[in-house]
Design a protein around this ligand. Structure first.
Ligand code: SF4
Length: 156
């Protein structure tokens, strides 16, 4: 069972941290570090909530139904202004589609941008009404942001 406790990030155990001392270019960490450094400046993960309708034991964020808290529309507008236009917002959760106002949050993040990316668990696909809502949201975003990537990550 997942929890919502804060996970302590330990740079010494992080691959990118390890790479700073890695000198051999034939070690796989070298190539991980090159990838990490090349993408780090062009993508920014925005986690709208830690709440999720699933409870995966392997969840990297310890998300689950018992988690709470979400960003506001105002926060999303500020984040949108803060992230340079050259950087791709990668929108994740938890699962943002369970938030009642998720279309407003996505629109606030996408406005005036060329490209956004989002990751969802796709559970909304089991409901006709939720599918229509999701597709309608994408249609609205498309009117203000021409390029949208939707990644469906499902393990259940
Ligand atoms: S669906 Fe994704 S965000 Fe939700 S608990 Fe599972 S891994 Fe975590």
């Amino acid at each position: 069972m997942s929890t919502c406790s804060q996970t302590k990030w330990e740079p010494s155990k992080h691959r990118a941290g390890q790479m700073r001392t890695q000198v051999s270019t034939d070690h796989w960490d070298h190539w991980y570090n090159k990838w990490h450094m090349s993408t780090a400046s062009r993508a920014c993960i925005v986690r709208l909530t830690n709440k999720c309708d699933q409870r995966c034991e392997h969840c990297a964020f310890a998300s689950g139904p018992e988690c709470h808290g979400q960003m506001s529309v105002e926060m999303c507008e500020q984040i949108n202004q803060w992230i340079p236009k050259s950087v791709l917002p990668n929108i994740m959760g938890g699962e943002f589609t369970i938030l009642p106002n998720y279309p407003d949050l996505l629109l606030a993040l996408a406005r005036y941008r060329d490209h956004i990316h989002m990751v969802t668990n796709g559970i909304w696909g089991h409901s006709h009404a939720m599918t229509i809502r999701f597709l309608d949201t994408i249609r609205q975003i498309k009117q203000i942001c021409p390029k949208i990537n939707v990644a469906v990550s499902t393990d259940n």
